[in-house]
Design a protein around this ligand. Structure first.
Ligand code: ADP
Ligand code: ZN
Ligand code: ZN
Length: 757
């Protein structure tokens, strides 16, 4: 008897023993199943049916390490019928290896649940007249009438529609006509979903500037091969215009493209603008605001090759674009931390985009007003990507004038004790802007009301911390703004309690201080009562904007001018393009500086530049007012004077001196355990084991994480550092094959981490 062909199947449940997959036999009736097909296999002693993916065929004579008779056959194909393209499988294997995440877990995470569950899939039966109907079988008069009706209709037609046209109340009589051979039936699968709104005013295409044309020409020359490009241009310098032209060109050449944008700027505004311009292309979108049915529909459209361009957040990198058809990847705002996924596989969308482009042999274009130091170094020092500078804002746009306010000095002059957050400079600028009919964006990068809750007696050192985390709690006022009904929330484990009135140690009253968007809102209502009366102030943060729809709605009201002042967290700092914003205020530029992170200065620079760039996008000049207790910090000063290159040079010199990324590669292993000793022992043992094969890779720690405990679990970290990413991958691979890296509740592996907590 012929032996059944063997395949490697990546089981979705993390199987630590064989992170690359398990061996199964393909039953004869499934012999044609391609790699990338989702299947069901029996797993373990109980032979539990488990989802998995065919990763590759095993060649005849290949050593498989287990006796042939122990190999079980695959149970069947998965009902979703999903088959991933080969390039996507290759990409998944890279993600799995580089980010040290089992292949099955990686594949499970890249397939949207909506696709797996076939949400919105509808099977239809279409009918047509049989070309040669049987003559021997008698049919009723009514049935003959139905056939006559069908002859007059466009065919094939859905069976239910024919039933209606023929006056039947059910499809049963028609089914009998199929059985008798008078009708031929075909099945058709479609994916139903509500219409995906694409607002967007169709703006005429502007004539590219010389700088834009040069970038477009240079990148276009690389179509058809892998190449990296970085577009560095201040906000409003016309980067998006370049993307649009490149996407058009890519589609014109018969290829498909991916445009990644940060989740937060995936507004109907962005998508609408792009879709409106790409009139000759079919544009699919993938983002968290879609319903499940819509997501599945967009995914299926892409898989069938029915879309030319996909616009989406980082997960759009996993769009099932058919092999050999991807021609361009663009990553907008490539410096955005939101591109990093914070659960396994912890990939970085920008870095992964580069790899995906390499696999597809196409160019990848990164764009930013404040490039990450990684990308900047690749362009300026290593010259592995081509740098394109856009030195001017697009015609008709002004460079905003940025004023840094020494807030410590200003605060001493404030008379009204209840006003602590909006200084005179910012207040006067707001008054002037509103009087002149302009709009204002006001940013504070912290939700809630106040972030310190402590005893009012300075001699008593009591401060409210979360019982389950080593962190302070944040005071929130209730939805009606009633400060007395306040509650406190831990922003790490989301635990909530009521705000205590008295200090548990000494009984004195409790005070709350510090910063939060709710408190800014409260002060604004005092300073500008007319805003409240006219309902023209809107707060936008994770608390008020619980769904994407809320956020889109808020932006629409702001765009129409109904809202005059939009205040909120970094949700409003990114990518918004509202011509009437004449003033941007940053309540405190210092929130990022306090982070225990070597990227604190970089983040501060980005925040100040990005948010300032929201001003002056229309005909009127824009202004930004930045309040800071440390106004002389280089990151703030250089951002205010629009000197990215100087900032980058200084910051890179520091990173080099201290041996930090991007000069060295970093991987973080985070161990978590409810027992402190257990956590310490396990991390010490792991570090020791890794040192045994680390070679030239530096192994630091274990050390206590900056937040030592979250949700009742102690946290320690081990850091791997090396000049070479390949060396770090080697050490991680070795640790995996020794069974040391079982990802889950107790261990996270973060390669190229962007967070240090
Ligand atoms: P960025 O993506 O760098 O922030 P955009 O591409 O959004 O910049 O351009 C900012 C504004 O300038 C947009 O309204 C855009 O339509 C306009 N614009 C871009 N390029 C040109 C050009 N060459 N001529 C005139 N207007 C332009
Ligand atoms: Zn907590
Ligand atoms: Zn006290």
């Amino acid at each position: 008897m012929d032996e059944l062909p063997l395949v490697v199947v990546a089981v979705e449940r993390a199987v630590d023993r064989s992170p690359d997959g398990l061996t199964y036999a393909l039953p004869r009736e499934l012999a044609r199943l391609p790699d990338g097909a989702r299947v069901e296999v029996p797993l373990g002693r109980g032979e539990t049916p488990t989802a998995g993916w065919i990763v590759r065929r095993i060649a005849a004579g290949e050593d498989i390490g287990i006796p042939r008779e122990k190999i079980k056959p695959i149970l069947g194909v998965d009902p979703s019928g999903v088959v991933l393209p080969g390039e996507l499988m290759q990409f998944a294997r890279w993600i799995s290896g580089y980010y040290a995440c089992p292949i099955g877990m990686t594949l499970a995470s890249i397939l949207p649940a909506a696709v797996r569950k076939a949400i919105g899939r509808v099977e239809r039966t279409l009918v047509d007249l049989a070309p040669t109907p049987p003559t021997a079988v008698k049919i009723t008069k009514r049935q003959q009438q139905a056939l006559d009706v069908l002859a007059t209709l466009p065919r094939p037609i859905e069976i239910a529609d024919l039933a209606e046209a023929a006056g039947y109340s059910s499809v049963e009589p028609l089914k009998r006509l199929i059985a008798s051979g008078h009708l031929v039936a075909t099945k058709k699968t479609s994916f139903e979903a509500g219409f995906i709104a694409r607002a967007g005013n169709i703006a005429p295409a502007p004539e590219p500037t010389a700088e834009q044309s040069a970038a477009i020409a240079a990148i276009s020359r690389d179509f058809g091969q892998f190449a990296q490009h970085l577009i560095f241009g201040v906000t409003g310098s016309g980067k998006t215009e370049i993307y649009i032209r490149l996407l058009e060109e890519c589609v014109r050449r018969g290829k498909r493209a991916i445009l990644l944008v940060p989740e937060i700027s995936l507004t109907p505004q962005t998508v609408g603008r792009i879709a409106a311009r790409l009139v000759h292309a079919k544009v699919a979108v993938l983002h968290s605001g879609l319903t499940d049915a819509q997501r599945n529909q967009q995914w299926q459209l892409l898989a069938e090759g029915g879309a030319d361009v996909v616009v989406g957040a980082r997960s759009a990198l996993f769009a099932p674009i058919p092999d050999d058809s991807l021609g361009l990847i663009v990553v907008d705002e490539e410096h955005e931390p939101g591109y990093k996924q914070d659960s396994a596989p912890r990939y970085h969308g920008r870095d992964a985009a580069i790899r995906r482009a390499q696999i597809a042999k196409c160019p990848v274009v990164l764009g930013s007003a404040t490039p990450s130091l990684e990308s900047w170094m690749n362009a300026v020092e290593r010259k592995i990507s081509t740098l394109h500078r856009l030195t001017k804002r697009a015609p008709g746009l002004n460079v905003p004038k940025v004023t840094v306010v020494d807030f410590g000095a200003e605060r001493r002059e404030i008379r009204d004790r209840r006003v602590n957050l909006i200084g005179p400079t910012l207040r006067e600028s707001m008054e002037k802007t509103l009087r002149e009919g302009g709009q204002v964006l006001l940013l504070l990068n912290r939700r809630g009301y106040a972030n310190y809750i402590a005893c009012s007696d300075q001699r008593c050192e009591w401060m409210l911390t979360c019982t389950d985390c080593d962190a302070g709690m944040v005071c929130h006022v209730d939805a009606a703004g009633n400060a007395r009904k306040s509650f406190v929330r831990c922003h790490h484990c989301l635990a909530e309690t009521l705000l205590p009135k008295q200090c548990p140690d000494c009984g004195k009253p409790v005070t709350v201080f510090g910063l939060g968007t709710q408190r800014v809102e409260e002060e604004l209502t005092r300073l500008f009562p007319s805003l409240i009366e006219g309902e023209t102030l809107l707060r936008v943060d994770g608390d008020t904007m619980q769904t994407a729809a809320h956020f889109h709605d808020a932006l629409e009201r702001f765009g129409k001018g109904e809202v005059k002042v939009l205040m909120g967290t970094q949700m409003i700092a990114k990518g918004l393009d509202f011509p009437n914003v004449r003033l941007v205020g940053v309540v405190s530029a210092d929130t990022a500086l306090a982070l225990p992170d070597f990227r604190a200065a970089e983040r501060t620079f980005q925040l100040v530049s990005q948010v300032s760039g929201r001003a002056g996008r229309g005909a009127n000049p824009g202004r930004a007012v930045i309040q800071s207790f440390e106004p002389d910090t280089p990151a703030i000063r250089l951002a205010a004077s629009h000197e990215f290159e100087r900032f980058a040079a200084q910051e890179l010199a520091d990173r080099k001196e201290f041996g930090l990324p991007p000069y060295r590669r970093l991987a973080r292993l985070i161990l978590r355990h409810p027992g402190e000793t257990e956590c310490a022992n396990r991390s010490a043992a792991l570090a020791q084991a890794i040192r045994g094969f680390a070679g030239a890779v530096e192994v630091r720690g274990p050390s206590v994480c900056p937040i030592a405990r979250i949700a009742g679990k102690y946290r320690r970290q081990i850091e791997l550092l090396s000049d070479s990413a390949v060396e770090i991958s080697r050490v991680l691979a070795e640790a995996r094959s020794q069974g040391l890296l079982k990802l889950g509740e107790e261990l996270a592996v973060d390669v190229d981490p962007i967070s240090a907590v």
